[in-house]
Each structure stands twice: as C-alpha cells, then as structure tokens.
Design a protein around this ligand. Sequence first.
Ligand SMILES: Cc1cc2nc3c(=O)[nH]c(=O)nc-3n(C[C@H](O)[C@H](O)[C@H](O)COP(=O)(O)OP(=O)(O)OC[C@H]3O[C@@H](n4cnc5c(N)ncnc54)[C@H](O)[C@@H]3O)c2cc1C
Length: 265
Amino acid sequence: MTEPVPTRSTTQWQSATVVAIVRETATAKTFGLRLSQPTAHLAGQHYLVRLTAPDGYTATRSYSVATPPGGDGRIELTIERLADGEVSIFLHDVVEPGDTLEVRGPIGEWFVWDGTTPALLVAGGSGVVPCMAMLRHARNTGSADLVRLTVSVRTPDDLYYADELPGPETHIVYTRRSPGDDRRPAGHLTADDLPDDTHRYRVAYVCGSTGFADHATSLLLARGVPSDAVRVERFGPSGHDHRRLSQRTLLPGPTGSTPASQRRA
Ligand SMILES: Cc1cc2nc3c(=O)[nH]c(=O)nc-3n(C[C@H](O)[C@H](O)[C@H](O)COP(=O)(O)OP(=O)(O)OC[C@H]3O[C@@H](n4cnc5c(N)ncnc54)[C@H](O)[C@@H]3O)c2cc1C
C-alpha cells in the first residue's frame, strides 16, 4: 500500500483509475478513484476532473472529495447527473470501472475542516458531499460531538449515503416528501431546522446550489451566527464556456488513455 504524500503540488494533473461506481440515488453516483500519485487531502477539499476531446477541447469541473482524510490513495467523488450537464452526463453515462480520468487536487484552503473545531454543517442536495467527508472524519476520530449536520433533500429517495449518514449528529430535512414517520411536514429549510445551540459552533459550513447556500446563510445569520464564521461553497453554474458535444467525442483521460467512446462504439 502506498502512503499518500501530503505535500505534493496540487498544480500537477495525474491520472486516476475508476475502481468502483456505486449508485447513490436515481441521479447520483459515487466514483471510487485510485490515484496514480496518492495525495493526502483535508475534509472539504475538492478535485478538478478534466475531460479532453480528440481535437484538444477540454471540459473541467470541480468535485468534492466524499472520503475523509487518511485514505490509502483512493478517493470517492459523488456526482449528480444534471439533465443538461456536459461533464456530469459523460461521467454517469459513459465512464465505467477500469477507465482512467485526469484529475488535479486536492484543492481548497477555506472550505476545510481541521477536525478539532466545533462545526455546524448545512448542506443541500449534492452539497452534502464535502460535509460527508467532515462527518466521516469526525466519526472516525471519535470527535462526532464536534459536528452537527443538517441536510436538505427533496425526498427520502434523494438522500446520499442513506445507510451511513443518519445518526445523532445529523438532521435530515425533506422539502417535497418526508418519510411517513417524520413528524416534520415537508417544506423548505427554516431556522427551526438548525440546532438550538448554534452559538456552540465556531464555524459553519454551508454547501449546495447558489439558491440554497444563500438561503441557509441568511438563516444562520438570523440565528446570530457571525458572518465571519460562515464558510460557503456554491455548486451553482460555473460560467464555463462549454459546447454541446456528443458525449462520445470526449475522452475521460489524457490522450493515450483508453477512450470509453471507442470501447462503446
Ligand atoms: C468547489 C466545487 C465542488 C463541487 N463538488 C461537487 C460534487 O461533489 N458533486 C457534484 O455533483 N457537483 C459538484 N460541483 C458542481 C460541478 O463542478 C459541476 O458544476 C456540475 O457537475 C455540473 O457540470 P456539468 O458539466 O454536468 O454541467 P454544465 O454543462 O456545466 O451545466 C449544465 C447546466 O446546469 C447548470 N448547472 C451547472 N452546475 C450546476 C449545479 N451544481 N446545480 C444546478 N445547475 C447547475 C448550468 O448553468 C447549465 O445550465 C462542485 C462545484 C464546485 C465549484
């Protein structure tokens, strides 16, 4: 087993082999990646995934690491398939175990949890991914009392990590349909869904779509959380200049890797 290198420059691209793909929900899959150059990461950091077309066109997107620090060179990314997405559709519909992807990371210094500071986590939809890395890290290190995670999803079917996430540190808010035994009626996140003791947490991490992040941030501020204690990661539109490519024209990794497009042809 190769020990992750903690100080490797994150400016270099490396290849990663897809070693597992697990379906989380109807629209989300977790991709297990074996890094060719194992690199340590912190809870909350993300990787860039770059796809390259035969003519050199590239599409690059950010994906948070779901796995906690301390892995053995394997990371997991959980990716939502957007109906009109470019990269997420390729990853969902074309990539298979054994394929290689080109990745760079880990990236991020602000939206990271140090593992010792009491932290309030508020996530919407796929925004739960970096928060899951924090929750897993807290549980793994016997520090679960340091974190509280409130996650907002539309229905029980939309909850990522459904077998693992529920616990005394987590509160799940359903916005469209709640389970039969849930006493809270389905509806958007409100201040009442946040822990009573918000003052106990020195930092709050908010992650999700731009609309969710803004809403959750305003709730935290209304509950008296200082603005400089709130760290926000928005998964919204990136403004990437992308073109509507046929999925089969994109290669998952650098030129020379096995293109899934050829395998499927
Ligand atoms: C730091 C960071 C970490 C991220 N981590 C994750 C992660 O762990 N899992 C994950 O699934 N995504 C994550 N994202 C979002 C991801 O980078 C892409 O934006 C997303 O996968 C869409 O890419 P695409 O090429 O499929 O869609 P695009 O082709 O880029 O966009 C398709 C359409 O969807 C809109 N759109 C783009 N992104 C989103 C979005 N997130 N929600 C709703 N509409 C959108 C665009 O405006 C466009 O109309 C992260 C983003 C950032 C900045």
